[in-house]
Design a protein around this ligand. Structure first.
Ligand code: SAM
Length: 279
């Protein structure tokens, strides 16, 4: 039984990095007039009430989305994500935080489809309440390690996969690498985003090198650490983007230092952005 609940973490610095990249990539893909499919393999609840007991417990959004919304001159890569967060709050103050399903759904065009996979009963209940009647959204109660490869390639042959597990089990780091390799073999032209946390231990740090060794081309890496190495929690996180759409590398290279300056605690940590494996 999974115990992780994203309600405790919604809108934190890791969500900001992950969702800014996710929205910008999806926006770029939607710029072409062809249907696409978004597969969110670890969907979470879709939408978070920042006034809930869980969200208020550590108020992680205060050090994440709240800071970013208050900062001046956001870089272009961040703008569509900030617009989506504002739209989710009806243009008023920050009370709700959109998860990846909500963000993806907000960018769907009439011929696009969104597939959501989840195993936690509470998150599944919320996803069904939000999207159960929407013919463009398909909620699957399914283990993504088995279910995601089975759905690839999608009928549209264009689209985006988000791999964002909770890393509750130690071997999740090895499993995501295998999952990414399998998915890419089935769908070499798909765009894949893999998120990973930087916590104690070196499993997160080692993940980019493991992915680089898979033999895929066009893999971009963006990460920020907002705390120093001794920090006893999640000090940062990263995203690996396979088949990043053309032109986004320069935008993401500007996003990383801006996010780090805005989110880091007293200049600790640092940003990183660049091609892990070029064309
Ligand atoms: C980090 S949260 C997802 C957050 C969400 N993607 C977002 O950005 O808003 C990870 C989610 O993955 C779910 N999960 C963990 N292992 C899973 C698996 N094997 N298959 C499907 N879902 C899984 C957890 O229940 C949890 O809700």
């Amino acid at each position: 039984m999974l115990s992780y609940q994203h309600e405790y973490h919604a809108g934190n610095h890791a969500d900001v990095l992950k969702h800014a990249v996710f929205v910008r990539v999806l926006q770029a893909l939607a710029g072409k007039d062809k249907p696409l499919r978004v597969l969110d393999a670890h969907a979470g609840s879709g939408l978070y009430d920042l006034g809930s007991r869980e969200a208020r417990r550590h108020a992680e959004h205060a050090g994440g989305i709240a800071r970013v919304l208050a900062a001046a001159d956001p870089p272009p890569a961040l703008v569509p994500y900030l617009e989506a967060v504002r739209a989710c709050n009806g243009g008023r103050s920050l009370r709700r935080y959109p998860g990846s399903p909500w963000l993806a759904h907000s960018l769907l065009r009439p011929a696009d489809h969104l597939v959501l996979m989840e195993l936690h009963p509470r998150a599944l209940g919320m996803l069904r309440r939000l999207y159960g009647r929407d013919p463009q959204v398909h909620v699957h109660e399914r283990d993504s390690f088995e279910g995601l490869p089975a759905l690839l390639p999608p009928p549209e042959r264009r689209g985006l996969v988000l791999i964002d597990p909770s890393y509750e089990l130690k071997d999740d780091y090895a499993r995501v690498t295998g999952l990414l390799a399998d998915c890419h073999r089935r769908w070499p032209t798909g765009v894949f985003l893999l998120w990973y946390p930087l916590v104690r231990g070196r499993a997160g740090e080692r993940l980019p090198a493991r992915v680089a060794a898979l033999g895929m081309r066009r893999v971009y890496h963006i990460a920020i650490e907002v705390e120093g190495r001794g920090f006893d929690g999640m000090r940062g996180s990263g995203m690996l983007a396979v088949n990043l759409p053309f032109g986004l590398d320069t935008e993401l290279a500007a996003l990383a230092p801006w996010l780090w300056r805005t989110l880091a605690t007293q200049g600790r940590g640092g940003p990183r952005a660049g091609w892990l494996v070029p064309e």
